[in-house]
Each structure stands twice: as C-alpha cells, then as structure tokens.
Design a protein. Structure first.
Length: 233
C-alpha cells in the first residue's frame, strides 16, 4: 500500500514538472516574455535613455536572454559608457526590467578645441564630446594629464560647501611657483593658491568670503589674506 502511494506521489510530481516546463516553454516562446517596460535606477549625470541605448535592449528583447547574457551585456555597456562603475538587471512582474546603475562621480570638465569632456575619478577623461558642461561641476583649464589627475583628485576631497562654489580652475604656474593655480568661484570671488596646500586651505574659504565687504581675491598661495577687486574707471 505504501509502495503504491509512493508511486502515485512520484507520478504526480513528474506530471507537475512536465506541466511546469511546458508552461515555461510556452511563456518564453510567446510575446509575453518580451520586455514591456524598462526602468533605469541610479543615474545622475547619465540619461536613462542613454543607458538603455548602450545596453541594446528594446521591446524585442526577451527577459530570459537578458538574464542569461547579463554579464556580457554589462561589460558592453560599461565599455560604451566608461562613466558607469557597475550595472545590473532585475525583473518585475515577469514583464518589466529594472536596470540598476552606479556611476563614477563626475569631477568636472576639461575644455579642448571648442568641446567639453567629462572627468571622472582618477582624472580619467571620457572621450565623448559635449557642446556644453552639465551639472554644477568645475571647468579645468590649461592642465596636462598628470596635473589634471592630481587636481581633480584634490577637488574630490574638498568640503561639499566649497566644491559647489568652484566654477573654474586654472593651471597658472610661475617661475617662482610652478604649482600655482587660480580658481574662479561661483559667488564672484577669485582664489590664488598652491596645488600642494589648496586642499587644506580652501576649507577656510567660506569664513574668509563672509568677512569680505566687496568681491575680490583671496590669496592662499603663501599665507591667507584677501583684497577687493580694483574699481574700473
């Protein structure tokens, strides 16, 4: 009796498995398995459509194919968009796809030959032309590759209330100081500094700027003092 019961259970299990496999085959062979909606999460400086285009996923793509080949899709997307740090995929409702993106932080833009190029951490310049910069990031001028990497890394470690006020950073060496830089601030002031000490000194900028009665220059190259701009006659 027990043996017959076990055989019956085994047959039921087998039937269930067969039915389940048939349903899966029917689902993945039908239009229901194709992607219906795509939602992109985590983008800041990249556009959602830009990410979708780079993945080559469209409404003819199937979720099964995406899940099977997610690693190769991720690698191709990261090659197409180097500012992506990582990308992953997950499904919702067996029809919808969510793309989770982590971006390398943008540290500014460099202006070359009439075009702007994005700079990400490590001083890497993304080889994609832009007609104008986006976001509240600084523009770097007159920097070579080595010095650009150093300066962008310094900027990344500045206090947030200082970073958001930086408009443009110029490499401005002199014979006396090859590390001299100039910074235009969004509040209208200018800063003269030494690249070797600017990170530690710029944290004092908000307090010094607040004490200035007129817009002017804050000199942090050797000491720390300010003077107003000369009035135009």
């Amino acid at each position: 009796m027990l043996k017959k019961k076990r055989i019956r259970i085994s047959k039921n299990s087998l039937i269930f498995i067969i039915v389940f496999v048939i349903v899966l085959i029917a689902y993945f062979g039908s239009s229901l398995s194709k992607v219906r909606n795509i939602d992109v999460k985590g983008v800041n400086d990249l556009g959602a459509q830009q990410v979708i285009d780079a993945t080559k996923i469209d409404d003819n793509s199937t979720l099964l194919n995406i899940l099977i080949h997610h690693k190769s899709i991720s690698k191709k997307t990261e090659r197409a968009l180097p500012s992506i740090k990582s990308i992953s995929f997950r499904t919702r409702n067996l029809r919808d796809l969510t793309i989770d993106v982590k971006e390398h932080p943008t540290l500014g833009f460099i202006y070359k030959n009439g075009e702007y190029y994005r700079i990400i951490n490590g001083g890497q310049v993304i080889d994609k032309k832009m007609s104008s910069p986006i976001g509240n990031y600084p523009i770097y001028s007159n920097f070579g590759a080595k010095r650009l990497k150093k300066m962008s890394n310094i900027y990344a470690e500045l206090p947030s209330n200082v970073k958001t006020n930086v408009s443009e950073i110029y490499n401005s060496p002199t014979k006396l100081n090859p590390y001299r830089i100039k910074i235009d601030m969004n509040d209208g002031n200018k800063v003269i500094a030494d690249m070797r000490t600017v990170k530690s000194k710029l944290k004092y900028y908000p307090g010094m700027a607040a004490q200035m009665k007129k817009k002017g220059t804050i000199d942090l190259e050797i000491g720390a003092y300010s003077y107003p701009f000369k009035d135009k006659k």
